[in-house]
Every structure is written in structure tokens, then in C-alpha cells.
Design a protein around this ligand. Structure first.
Ligand SMILES: NC(=O)c1ccc[n+]([C@@H]2O[C@H](COP(=O)([O-])OP(=O)(O)OC[C@H]3O[C@@H](n4cnc5c(N)ncnc54)[C@H](OP(=O)(O)O)[C@@H]3O)[C@@H](O)[C@H]2O)c1
Length: 307
């Protein structure tokens, strides 16, 4: 068995690849950087450029399933060109994958696809729990990006194969992402939160997320699934739990909302929006979370964070 992974060189991809290796499944991956083609030992890399509509069709040889993670980083200034890239890296990459398969459908035998998506598709909500059925009419930039991305992913259903979209929450990892970014200021006693801190923050431990992707692949999940832990927390709780786990004081006042908006404008949505997202559908699929509570996830990760 062989899978093709896009975005394999990123935070989630690197850990997911290890999971496939550990179960004896072979991995091909697509990378936009020619320098990374030989960067993953034991996997075969192939070049693609969604912007230039270039894809090495050899990447599909012998592949049964696709795991689609590609997308450029959202945590950089939302300039006009970065916003264009955030959208097009998801929409164009998904379209290129789809059209490459569609135009060569007799040559390949893809049985399912599991794609990343994001809880950023849901409107900001301070009280209600959001499920996969929550209506998502896109308003903000992030909502529009994820909505357009999911629309492209849905095209794969025309191959009559299961198409799973995993709406990922904030990924807690030891090798990057939010925990690593917060560790240094928190260690210096400079930990804080934004606004009133009541924003709901659906999070997930990287290992649980990788297991969700693996189960979705193995069990042919079809449809939308929230990739979040069962107990989301407020932003205040998240930042205070990190400080407590690092045994650091937490005394700074919260960073005012108006100032953040003035400093980073529209991008402030990333930390001021609130989501309380349910993991019930994934639990109903028989998934067992190893890290259900923020305390256990942070305790496990904080000692492993690369410095
Ligand atoms: N981490 C989170 O908290 C989180 C939360 C919600 C959703 N997600 C989504 O899950 C996916 C994977 O997340 P991640 O944290 O692993 O991301 P990541 O570390 O930023 O890695 C994403 C990968 O996408 C590829 N990429 C970058 N720009 C690209 C472009 N213009 N066209 C095609 N591919 C491009 C890169 O691989 P190459 O350089 O090898 O091409 C990169 O390694 C992303 O789509 C992200 O939006 C992540």
C-alpha cells in the first residue's frame, strides 16, 4: 500500500509520515521545493508547482490514497500578496491534484482522499457549540479561504470515492506552531492573552490529530469531521495552563483588543475570534483521544519542545 502526501514537509506531515512508516505503508510526497525532494528518508519526493500548474504524474504511481495537507502559512502579515498566496496555495493545489487525476483517470487507482481543512470556516461564536452541521456562510477572510478550499476538495467526490475533510483546530506540537511560539515569552513571565480571553480555542495534540488522519484513511471516512480534542478551552485558560506547566508566573494584564486591531488589523481575527467546536462526530466513529484535556496535552508536549 502506498499513499501520496502533499504538504508532507510541514508540522503535521512530518509526524503523519512516521505513522505511515510505522505501519509499513509506503509514502510518495509532493513538494513545491526542488531542494526538499530527497529530504524525507524512506519516502519518494516529487516536485509540483500549483501556481505554474506543474505536477510530476509519477507521484501517483502505485498510490491508493491521497492525504492533502498543502497550504502556505497563515501566521504571517496579511498583506495583499500573502492573502492571495494563503488562498491560492490551497485552492490551486487542490484543483491541480484533481485535474491531474481526472485527465489520467484510467492510469491511477485512488481509493480515497483525506484532506486538511480548518475550524476557521466557522463564524466566530462565543456561546454555541459548533458542529460539522453548523451553517457556514463565509464572511471573514479565513472563512472565505476555508470555504473555497473545501469546495475544491468536494470535486473529488465525482470519482465516487470517500472524501474526508478534517477541520483542524489549533495543533499543539513540540516542533513548531503555537506552543513553541508562546514558550519563550511565557518563560520570561510575559505570557498573556488577547481581549477578554473568553474566546473559545479548539485545540488538538499533534499525535491525536495524526491518529485521526490515519483512521480516516484506513476506515474510508467520508464527509466533514472536526479534528479537535473533546474539551476546548478559553484562550485565557490555554495561556495560563502553559505558564503553570512551565512553573512561571502569569501576571500581565490582557493585551487590549482595540490595540491589537490597530497593530495587525484584519489578522487580529486569528486570535480574537471564538470557536467552541464539537468532536462528537469523531468520537462516534470510535476514535479514542489520548489527550482529552489541555493539562495533559501541554504537560506531555512542553518538555519536548525544541529550543
Ligand atoms: N497547524 C495548525 O494548527 C493547523 C490548524 C488548522 C488547519 N491547518 C491546516 O493543515 C495543513 C497542514 O498544516 P501544517 O501545520 O502542517 O502546515 P505547515 O507546517 O505550514 O506545512 C504546510 C506545507 O504546505 C506546503 N506549502 C507551502 N506553501 C505552499 C504552496 N504555495 N503551494 C503548495 N504547497 C505549499 C509546504 O510544503 P513544501 O514546502 O514541501 O511544498 C509546507 O510544508 C495546512 O493546510 C493548514 O492550513 C493547520
Amino acid at each position: 500500500m502506498k499513499v501520496l502526501i502533499t504538504g508532507a514537509t510541514g508540522l503535521i506531515g512530518k509526524v503523519l509520515i512516521e505513522k505511515f512508516f510505522s505501519t509499513g505503508i509506503k509514502v510518495n510526497f509532493l513538494t513545491t521545493k526542488k531542494s526538499k525532494i530527497h529530504s524525507i528518508k524512506g519516502a519518494s519526493g516529487f516536485y509540483w508547482s500549483p501556481a505554474k500548474k506543474i505536477l510530476d504524474l509519477k507521484c501517483f504511481d502505485g498510490v491508493d490514497s491521497i492525504i492533502h495537507l498543502a497550504g502556505s502559512r497563515i501566521s504571517r502579515p496579511w498583506t495583499k500578496s500573502n492573502k492571495k498566496d494563503i488562498l491560492s496555495s490551497r485552492v490551486d493545489s487542490t484543483r491541480l491534484l484533481f485535474l491531474s487525476l481526472k485527465n489520467n483517470i484510467e492510469s491511477f487507482h485512488i481509493k480515497n482522499i483525506v484532506s486538511a481543512s480548518a475550524i476557521g470556516i466557522y463564524p466566530s461564536e462565543f456561546k454555541k457549540t459548533q458542529t460539522e452541521k453548523t451553517n457556514s456562510t463565509p464572511n471573514s477572510f479565513m472563512e472565505r479561504v476555508v470555504y473555497a478550499w473545501e469546495k475544491e476538495i468536494e470535486n473529488f467526490s465525482s470519482f465516487n470515492i470517500p472524501v474526508a475533510k478534517i477541520r483542524i483546530g489549533l495543533v499543539l506540537s513540540f516542533s513548531g506552531g503555537v506552543l513553541k511560539a508562546l514558550k519563550t515569552p511565557t518563560n520570561l513571565g510575559l505570557g498573556t492573552y488577547f481581549g477578554n480571553g473568553e474566546q473559545g480555542q479548539p485545540w488538538i495534540h499533534i499525535n491525536d490529530l495524526v491518529e485521526i488522519f490515519f483512521k480516516a484513511y484506513k476506515d474510508n471516512w467520508d464527509g466533514i469531521f472536526n479534528g479537535v480534542a473533546p474539551n476546548p478551552v478559553s484562550q485565557e485558560k490555554l495561556t495560563k495552563t502553559l505558564a503553570k506547566s512551565l512553573k512561571r508566573p502569569f501576571f500581565l494584564p490582557p493585551f487590549p483588543k482595540f490595540l491589537l486591531k490597530r497593530l495587525i488589523g484584519e489578522m487580529s481575527h486569528l486570535v480574537l475570534d471564538s470557536h467552541w467546536v464539537s468532536s462528537k462526530k469523531v468520537l462516534d466513529k470510535g476514535f479514542n483521544f489520548k489527550y482529552e484535556n489541555i493539562e495533559s496535552a501541554i504537560k506531555d508536549l512542553v518538555k519536548k519542545i525544541d529550543s
